[in-house]
Ligand binder design. Structure first.
Ligand code: SF4
Length: 303
């Protein structure tokens, strides 16, 4: 009997197919309780929001588009409900809209639980577990992104291989230096600007005011959750010397210590040179030394 019905359905023109589905859905809604309706949505939605550009996915994208970036979107179904008045017309009845909203909330809850249980889970892994596309997942976590006033396109997600090895000298150094109030990091760039920045940081911490400052190993702090990273977490003041406006040091450290608020100093503004040059081989060793010392002294005046 089901086969006959299926054949009959397949032979219907497009408009009649849609009408038939709508009628079946209306009948189902009329004779089902809330739990049954929600269960239906739970079963059907993942299939419709999968890897292919399904009708539901297009519909969701249309609904989501005006709300992306609007952190304060709210209605009776909660802050992340995607069914604003503007979009109500996309549902044949208010009841279907409400079921859809309930389903959205359930998926959100599932995502939140998975994110709590799997700290640092990537968007791709999360989408796979929920069985929706990454694009759809971004809708569900958009409030988290909006709370930081940033959109997903403002970030690049990277994976850093963990290492169990410990450098005892580095850990001892971090412990010994932990009482110093000012942490100094530098971008460590290999170009002339990075070299001047790096050397200026060394002058500050090792020659000019060593009692007050600790020189951070940025690579260690960025790639390993150990003593170097703790220096940043516990410091009274964190200063990031940046060779140029790309600001690698502060952006790197904020990636692993999101609460850090380093004071940024762009060092190529603190000495005079031919700004067209790039490499350390384009300036004499003596000039590099003098310029980095000049930069260091100017920074010390501010500390
Ligand atoms: S801040 Fe500029 S100089 Fe320093 S590493 Fe980044 S790009 Fe290189």
């Amino acid at each position: 009997m089901l086969n006959d019905l299926e054949k009959e359905f397949d032979n219907l023109p497009k408009e009649e197919k849609a009408k038939a589905v709508e009628q079946i859905l209306d009948r189902f809604i009329k004779h089902s309780d809330d739990a049954e309706k929600t269960q239906l949505m739970m079963n059907v939605m993942p299939k419709m929001m999968g890897n292919e550009m399904s009708m539901m996915k297009i519909m969701c994208q249309q609904m989501m588009a005006p709300q992306i970036g609007n952190a304060k979107t709210s209605n009776t179904h909660g802050s992340n409900s995607c069914c604003s008045d503007k979009n109500e017309s996309m549902f044949s009845t208010v009841e279907i809209k409400n079921i859809f909203d309930d389903w959205v909330l359930q998926v959100q809850e599932e995502i939140n639980n998975l994110r709590t249980e799997n700290k640092g889970i990537s968007k791709e892994e999360l989408a796979q577990k929920i069985k929706i596309s990454v694009e759809s997942l971004e809708y569900f976590i958009k409030d988290d992104i909006a709370n930081e006033n940033l959109t997903s396109s403002d970030f690049e997600v990277i994976k850093i291989e963990k290492i169990n090895n410990i450098c005892p000298m580095c850990e001892d150094y971090a412990k010994e230096q932990t009482k110093k109030p000012v942490v100094i990091m530098s971008c460590e760039g290999a170009c002339l600007r990075g070299e001047i920045s790096r050397r200026a940081a060394n002058h500050i911490c090792h020659d000019l005011i060593p009692a007050k400052t600790v020189r951070l190993c940025l690579g260690g702090a960025f790639t390993k959750d150990g003593g170097q990273r703790n220096l940043v977490k516990n410091a009274e003041r964190v200063i990031a010397l940046e060779g140029c406006f790309i600001k690698c040091a502060s952006r790197m450290i904020k990636g692993v210590v999101p609460d850090a608020e380093p004071e940024v100093i762009i060092t190529d503004k603190l000495f005079t040179f031919d700004t067209n040059i790039f490499g350390i081989n384009e300036m004499t060793k003596e000039e590099i030394h003098d310029n980095s010392l000049e930069v260091a002294k100017k920074i010390v005046e501010q500390l």
